[in-house]
Design a protein around this ligand. Structure first.
Ligand SMILES: CC(=O)N[C@H]1[C@@H](OP(=O)(O)OP(=O)(O)OC[C@H]2O[C@@H](n3ccc(=O)[nH]c3=O)[C@H](O)[C@@H]2O)O[C@H](CO)[C@@H](O)[C@@H]1O[C@H](C)C(=O)N[C@@H](C)C(=O)N[C@H](CCC(=O)O)C(=O)O
Ligand SMILES: Nc1ncnc2c1ncn2[C@@H]1O[C@H](COP(=O)(O)OP(=O)(O)OP(=O)(O)O)[C@@H](O)[C@H]1O
Ligand SMILES: N[C@H](CCC[C@H](N)C(=O)O)C(=O)O
Ligand SMILES: [Mg+2]
Length: 491
């Protein structure tokens, strides 16, 4: 696309060094530059894109977007906010793909990955080709592309949506993280449905307070009010059992569909029965009452199903088809995933890495546990420190044996993370084993018939980040290996 045409995306800018080169990509990362790229200089916390100008020019960049003076002989477009310009330029460069997709955004502290996978599976069961973007990557058709962040930056998003539209994808569902909302990574996306899951503590290292964290989440609902095309429905799907519901409703000009278990709502679940094998409940909808039988476990899974079902229904899927699809869903990788290697006790690997999700996981297990509950848990480094004592306390209160260990320590001292956790335990005992492999082995060695081991925090992750090194590590494989060794040794 010619630069001049691309710049029609911006309302206001100042151009230095006139020219109209062909632009082959819009980038914000010097490591992605090709000959013919336009580079947007984004000032960040660790780096400043403006410092890479000479490097990207030597790599063939043909235009620069900047907030402050840079030295360059190619066209430089000065704007007041580089990130805002970036999202507008990426939208224009890829020819506004989200205008051609029924786009669902899912935000909230817990349940985003699960709900996006449920929506994809339900809509595909109904014959709607559906794309997905989130923690587990970009997925559509046979494609499965890994991503660095749950919600990637706008050039990555827009490219993915363009590829989806070109591949005849009708609808896309994506996780929208609070970081992405604050940083404007999703600006320019034409959502037609926004889902709110829940708001509990996480990411206070970044947002500072729960009020600011909620404000970040509310941005998705304000963005839903941007009606580009009045023929397309815009609706917010909101969890009425969450105390943040009112604020999110206020934030949007779109229609509302609410769901709940306890409060009144448009779509509700009643008579919930939870077992180790699955959950059943009555689904109350504006179009009648239906029976749901599913393999997903726990009250939190009922919330996820309600949210996903509302969105699919808004996209035209019938309740009957939704229920049929849900009955066949096995679950999402690393979410309440069981490891079976011939042992007499149960092992559950779950991505609970917040106080609320850990408590939900443990309370769900308590509903069907016949033996003891042994919990292996750690907390991520370079992340919210204040959730550590809370998670430790929850683990000790709801388990018979809590084993504190490392999650992804990243650049923090693992021992210090464990100290932060230990500070939260008021009463009750726990064991501390820094090495996650040893901690899992210890739990497996302790387990007796009918006990349940919960390995929390890393779910589907196939790595462990220690320092800046990314090492192979998979809780499911570690558990399997530990069980095999124990069985081999005959105990
Ligand atoms: C706190 C946060 O979200 N930071 C993200 C943000 O960082 P930043 O704005 O400070 O930018 P920076 O890293 O200083 O870089 C500034 C600019 O220099 C550029 N750069 C940098 C280095 C270089 O060699 N060349 C270059 O051009 C960068 O591409 C960028 O344009 O923008 C960067 C570029 O996209 C992201 O890599 C970075 O994510 C960091 C790694 C991160 O850990 N983010 C996590 C917390 C995150 O975003 N998590 C959420 C949610 C998780 C959840 O669901 O619970 C997510 O969506 O994944
Ligand atoms: N609706 C829910 N309410 C509370 N906890 C939940 C809910 N859904 C899932 N969980 C718990 O949270 C964990 C993470 O779930 P999921 O990956 O779906 O959340 P997420 O919002 O995508 O997380 P992330 O912020 O890391 O992207 C699960 O393993 C489960 O323990
Ligand atoms: N999206 C979350 C994932 C946390 C997963 C946990 N294993 C950790 O590393 O803290 C985050 O970036 O905070
Ligand atoms: Mg996720």
């Amino acid at each position: 696309m010619k630069l001049k045409q691309l710049l029609t995306a911006l309302e206001s800018y100042r151009l230095e060094n006139a020219g109209d080169p062909d632009i082959v990509s819009v980038e914000m990362d010097s490591r992605q530059i090709q000959s013919g790229s336009l580079f947007v200089c984004v000032p960040g916390e660790r780096f400043d894109g403006h410092d890479f100008v000479s490097e990207v020019i030597s790599q063939g960049a043909q235009a620069i977007v900047a907030e402050r003076p840079v030295s360059a002989e190619i066209p430089v477009i000065y704007v007041s906010e580089a990130r805002r310009a970036l999202s507008q330029l990426a939208d224009m460069f890829y020819n506004q793909p989200t205008h051609h997709l029924d786009l669902i955004g899912v935000t909230g502290t817990n349940g985003k990955t699960t709900i996006t996978h449920l929506v994809k599976q339900i809509q595909e069961h109904a014959g709607m080709k559906t794309g997905l973007i989130g923690t587990m990557g970009i997925k559509y058709g046979e494609k499965n592309i890994s991503v660095n962040n749950t919600t990637p930056e706008s050039p990555v998003l827009q490219k993915a949506f363009r590829d989806m539209v070109d591949d005849n994808v009708q609808s896309a569902v994506m996780e929208v993280s609070s970081h992405a909302l604050v940083q404007g990574r999703v600006r320019g996306l034409d959502f037609n449905i926004a889902i709110f899951t829940n708001l509990t503590q996480d990411h206070l290292d970044y947002h500072g307070t729960m009020k600011d964290y909620l404000h970040a989440k509310s941005l998705l609902f304000s963005q839903l009010g941007n009606i580009y095309d009045t023929t397309r429905k815009k609706a917010a799907v909101i969890n009425n059992d969450d105390s943040a519901a009112a604020v999110l409703k206020e934030a949007t000009a779109a229609s509302l569909i609410t769901y709940a278990i306890d409060a009144s709502a448009d779509v509700r679940a009643e008579n919930i029965v939870i077992s180790a094998k699955g959950t059943t409940f009555d689904l109350i909808t504006p179009e009648g009452r239906f029976q749901v039988v599913m393999k997903l476990v726990g009250k939190f899974s009922v919330y996820n199903v309600l949210a996903a079902a509302c969105a699919c229904w808004l996209n035209g899927v019938t309740w009957e088809t939704i229920i049929e699809a849900i009955a066949n869903i096995e679950g999402v990788s690393g979410r309440f995933e069981t490891v079976n290697a011939g042992q007499s006790f149960s092992v559950i690997v779950d991505y609970s890495h917040t106080p609320d999700s850990l408590e939900n996981a443990l309370l769900t297990i308590k509903e069907f546990a016949k033996g003891r509950i042994l919990t292996v848990v750690g907390c991520g480094g370079d992340r919210d420190r204040t959730k550590r004592p809370l998670m430790a306390d929850i683990a000790v209160r709801h388990s018979d044996q809590a084993i504190f260990t490392s999650d992804n320590p990243r650049t923090e001292d693992p021992e210090r993370i464990l100290k932060d956790m230990e500070a939260g335990v008021e009463k009750g005992s726990y064991t501390t084993i820094v090495g996650r492999r040893d901690a899992i082995k210890h739990a497996v060695a302790l387990a007796e018939e009918n006990d349940i081991i919960l390995i929390a925090g890393k779910g589907h992750e196939t790595y462990q980040i220690i320092g800046t090194e990314v090492l192979d590590f998979d809780d499911r494989l570690e558990a399997r290996q530990a069980i095999k060794e124990r069985l081999k040794n005959g105990n």
